[in-house]
Design a protein around this ligand. Structure first.
Ligand code: IVH
Length: 691
């Protein structure tokens, strides 16, 4: 896409632009180049904040000269209106599906038929991964992306151009004209990487929502989201593997690359698209193809995204055309499906587990089945909606899937196999542990036991407190916590620090060594940083990131008692829901008593942030609001702290400086009413550091 010389030239220009960010064309080209480096090559040449600097400069220039905005400007990815309804559009060429094959014999058979069809002794194939995402089609006209659509029923799909523009590896414009092409329709797959998928599900679970089954569902769900900006946040990728139609430009010669599939992948790559250029292999004869497929299947787990097989295509386009298609699929291509990570089993019973926040999770117990090397016997059903949606019954034969690193889940039941003895799954009316009545809070998918002293919740809270991301008390496993609780040795979180080790030493399975290890691990946990303690207390909606934010907002944990809802919401990324939950937590006397108890037992409940740096801003407190022209909020705050200043948690009498950027909201209004607060622009703030 960019030659070495172009890369060096663009990188030098970037350095100049960072010093003096001006010139619409230069900024635009530099940003396009860096998007390509980051999103297509995964090899950025500048930092995120440098990228932001250039992006903001371009936005500013475009705001001053709207007539100079081009449709493919990096700023034009941002959709600012919601998708109301998705319009149905027709594909230029129907999107057919592929015939499937499952083993060597299938492939050899297919090759034999193909050779017969075109009367050849040997065929040249191109084989590549079969990406397991959501398929899309794009149309570029005169080098500009003009339309994106979902597969739909193959003939017609939903128009999703605005959402697709949020995927930064997809070029908004590409020089097809240099290849003699005026209009072109591309096929590809939108994917969510395994890593982003895991993060997304972590978030879903922390919100009490059922996680998505697999990255494929996550990708296809993302394409139809109402708010295009949310699409941008999902970390999607797109890979293009097929040209379904094109028209020639005037008086230009068409590229010979279009004569083969491998050449097409090369052209797409050269134009800035992700294509399986490097993963594909051109092979003469089916034997080599079979070997390549086996080899790829072994590497499957190591790829950053899911693939569910290989696609084998006749490499020469002229031969593809001679072979043509049936009504369902092309004759010149076939999918080779990897072994399914699915199995059927019998659903024997459903147990109801009580979680840390009192959520009641139904867990299906199935006849154990091996799937992809692991025996699965228990599968979470998450909440009653899932059971209803999938119409699951006790005694049903169910299809279970375990995709990659993903937790196993029930795909569906097989009602055809019912014999009439199946029974419905009935949710209990009372908590299976404490017997209190269960409720389903409005707007929530989960059923809860709201008795915070419910034994199950207490144990789960202790387990969470001790866990790796919280207080990280090694050698204190879940099984021991349950055992100690059952034996009455451990009753609550502070009880961890008053354990009777003499008694523990008498228990079976506890030698002197293991008691010593446990003792020292517990002792060490007392000095964990505050954010771990906050996370460990299991306040609803407070994940690790929020815990870190909270830990920097106070000197001492009990200071939160004095925070108002409004003050909490002024903290970074703290919305109404989180603020309400934190507020409630610190209003409860029991919780404050627990914290004070922990303090007495020697657990650190102080923030460690206040290592005093002496500098230009010592003694001054700052707060930032709105979007600053060049600095990120976190960078600006760091500059304050590095120079001895402090970051205030909100607008109050103690605040000295409020630095305002674009779209500053209520904080600015509030600060204007307090005359002692000085209001600064970013450049005035930067000047303070210089003088
Ligand atoms: S080629 C006309 N190549 O698999 C042939 N398809 O069941 C166009 N898929 O709908 C398809 N990876 O969504 C092709 N490397 C690949 C693919 C691929 C995934 C999907 C595609 C298609 C489905 C066929």
């Amino acid at each position: 896409m960019y030659t070495k010389e172009q890369t060096q030239e663009l990188q030098q220009r970037t350095k100049r632009l960072l010093k003096q960010p001006s010139g619409i064309d230069e900024l635009r080209n530099a940003l396009k180049f860096h998007e390509y480096r980051y999103y297509v090559l995964n090899d950025p040449l500048i930092s995120d904040s440098e990228y932001d600097t250039l992006y903001k400069a371009l936005e500013k220039e475009e705001a001053a000269h709207p007539e100079l905005i081009t449709i493919d400007s990096p700023t034009q990815r941002v959709g600012n209106s919601l998708n109301k309804e998705f319009v149905t559009v027709q594909h230029l060429v129907p999107m057919l599906s592929l015939e499937n094959s499952y083993d060597e014999d299938d492939l050899i058979d297919w090759d034999r038929k193909a050779k017969g069809f075109i009367k050849a002794d040997v065929i040249e194939y191109s084989a590549e991964p079969k990406f397991d995402g959501a398929s899309i089609s794009l149309i570029y006209e005169n080098d500009i992306l003009i339309r994106a659509a979902t597969r739909g029923d193959g003939a017609e799909g939903d128009e999703i151009t605005t959402n697709i523009k949020q995927i930064k590896s997809i070029p908004l414009s590409a020089k097809f004209s240099e290849y003699g092409i005026r209009q072109i329709e591309l096929r590809g797959e939108v994917l969510m990487t395994k890593e982003n998928f895991a993060k997304y599900n972590e978030y879903m679970v922390s919100e009490g929502l059922p996680p998505l089954a697999n990255p494929r569902n996550a990708a296809s769900g993302s394409l139809r989201m109402k708010d295009p900006r949310s699409v941008g946040k999902r970390g999607l990728e797109a890979i293009f593997y097929h040209v379904s139609a094109y028209t020639k430009g005037t008086e230009t010669k068409l590229t010979p690359l279009l004569n083969t599939h491998s050449g097409t992948l090369e052209m797409l790559w050269a134009l800035g698209f992700k294509s399986p250029l490097k993963q594909k292999k051109v092979i003469k004869g089916i034997e080599g193809v079979v070997a390549f497929c086996h080899q790829f299947e072994k590497q499957r787990e190591e790829l950053p995204y899911e693939i569910d097989g290989m696609v084998i295509k006749v490499n020469k386009v002229e031969l593809q055309q001679r072979m043509g298609s049936t009504t369902h699929h092309p004759r010149w291509a076939i999918a080779y499906k990897f072994k399914a990570r699915q199995a059927t089993s019998k659903l024997r019973k459903v147990e109801f587990q009580v979680g840390r926040t009192g959520s009641i999770t139904p867990v299906a117990k199935i006849d154990p089945v091996p799937i992809g090397g692991v025996t699965v016997a228990s599968v979470s059903l998450f909440n009653p909606d899932v059971i209803e949606e999938k119409d699951l019954r006790i005694g049903d034969t169910v299809m279970v899937e375990r995709a990659g690193d993903v937790i196993p889940y029930i795909v569906k039941s097989l009602p055809e196999l019912r014999d009439g003895t199946e029974r419905p799954i009935v949710f209990p009316k009372n908590c299976p542990v404490c017997g209190d009545g269960l409720i389903r809070p409005e707007g929530e998918a989960v059923i809860r036991c709201v008795n915070i002293n419910c034994q199950a919740q207490v144990v789960e809270r202790i387990i969470h407190f001790v866990s790796k991301d919280a207080m990280d008390i090694k050698s204190f496993g879940e099984a021991n916590i349950r055992k100690f609780y059952d034996l009455g040795i451990l009753k609550d979180i502070p009880g961890i620090y008053t354990l009777n080790f003499e008694k523990i030493a008498t228990l079976e399975g506890f030698g002197q060594k293991s008691v010593e290890n446990l003792k020292s691990a517990i002792e060490q946990s007392k000095s964990q940083p505050l954010h771990r303690l906050i996370f460990g207390m299991g306040i609803r909606y407070v994940g690790e990131t929020t815990a870190k934010t909270l830990a920097t907002a106070v000197d001492d944990l009990v200071d939160f008692k004095k925070f108002t809802m409004e003050e909490l919401q002024q903290l970074e990324d703290v919305g109404v829901k989180v603020a309400a939950s934190v507020f409630q937590f610190f209003q409860l006397r029991d919780n404050i008593q627990m914290i004070e108890h922990l303090r007495q037992l020697g657990v650190n409940i102080k923030s460690s942030k206040k290592e005093v740096t002496v500098g230009k801003l010592t003694g001054s407190s700052f707060l930032f609001t709105g979007t600053l022209p060049t600095l990120k909020r976190s960078e600006a705050e760091k500059m304050v702290e590095d120079n001895g200043g402090t970051i205030s948690t909100g607008v109050n009498n103690k605040l000295q400086y409020l630095v305002v950027g674009e779209d500053a909201g209520s904080k600015l209004d509030k600060a204007k009413k307090i005359t002692s607060i000085k209001i600064l622009t970013e450049s005035e703030f930067l000047n303070m550091l210089q003088t």
